[in-house]
Design a protein around this ligand. Structure first.
Ligand code: CAA
Length: 258
């Protein structure tokens, strides 16, 4: 499939999706979200790929849902097409890890897309925000829910109710992003992390992701029980004996990665 609003690049075991609507600050219109969904499904189904990177330009990861496409919609339109959910949730369904590499603006749906990824590496130029209140609506792709889990109620209320932007340093201090790096190093650092993840045992990586996500959905006791069960299940894969034998023999493990 050829894409017009994103670029898809496969570098060894890493799939890189670059949001690419430069004239619209990578605003997320239907075409882009359809193409993003298709690219994510392609990478999820590709045995060679062990980790996915989503990035934008140096100016914008994405400045939100496309306001020009949204402006004339009626309640009937958004209800009938299940607007924001129908083609917006693929990133949160993918079982392989996804890193968001964010430079410039990640606003509204852009911030929400970054939060659907497993973690965010931000350039020192990054700016996050949920400014929907300034255009008469509220976040519609998880901004009130995921942001609150990331940074807590007080700060999430501040962001959602005032619509202000948060810079990279504040996003790091608040726990929204995992790391902040100089803008020039963003892709290299994110690619390094993605390559590292892709080099580990694939089932262990996928199960680790599923387990951390469980922490958001259940009680501590249930989560601990889930973790123990899936920890045990990893002993059913050859990668466990290979990984441990390699440690003891002081060599690099040869994981099957499939
Ligand atoms: N939708 C459509 N077009 C957008 C856009 C968006 N979200 N964000 C920027 N653009 C377009 C602008 O209209 C402009 O296009 P024209 O040249 O044709 O006028 C172009 O991108 C460049 O933008 P600016 O001239 O505004 O650039 P700037 O540097 O002055 O400001 C910005 C950059 C701060 C990101 C500003 O564009 C902005 O505030 N954008 C809107 C942010 C926003 O409100 N996002 C939330 C959208 S709603 C949403 O996302 C709902 C949800 O929860 C899913």
């Amino acid at each position: 499939m050829s894409y017009e609003t994103i670029l898809l690049d496969k570098r060894e075991a890493v799939g890189i999706i670059t949001l690419n609507r430069p004239k619209a600050m990578n605003a997320l219109n239907n075409q882009l979200m359809d193409e993003l969904t298709a690219a994510l499904r392609d990478l999820e189904g590709d045995d060679e790929i062990g980790c996915i990177l989503i990035t934008g330009s140096d100016k914008a990861f994405a400045a939100g849902a496309d306001i020009k496409q949204m402006a004339d919609k009626s309640y009937r339109d958004v209800f009938m097409e299940d607007f924001i959910s129908a083609n917006w949730e693929e990133a949160s369904r993918v079982r392989k890890p996804i890193i968001a590499a964010v430079a410039g603006y990640a606003l509204g749906g852009g911030c929400e897309l970054a939060m659907m990824c497993d973690f965010i590496i931000a350039a020192d130029t990054a700016k996050f925000g949920q400014p929907e209140i300034t255009i008469g609506v509220i976040p519609g792709a998880g901004g009130t829910q995921r942001l609150t889990r990331f940074i807590g109620k007080s700060k999430a209320m501040d962001m959602v109710l005032t619509g202000r932007h948060m810079d990279a340093a504040e996003a790091l201090a608040s726990g929204l992003v995992a790391r902040v790096v100089p803008a020039d190093d963003l892709l290299d650092v994110a690619l390094d992390a993605a390559e590292k993840i892709a080099g580990f045992s694939r089932p262990a990586v996928m199960i680790a992701k599923e387990s951390v996500n469980r922490a958001y959905e259940t009680t501590l006791n249930e989560g601990m029980r889930f973790e123990r069960r899936v920890f045990h299940s990893l002993f059913a894969f050859e990668d466990q004996s290979e990984g441990m034998a390699a440690f003891i023999e002081k060599r690099r493990p040869q994981f099957k990665n499939r």
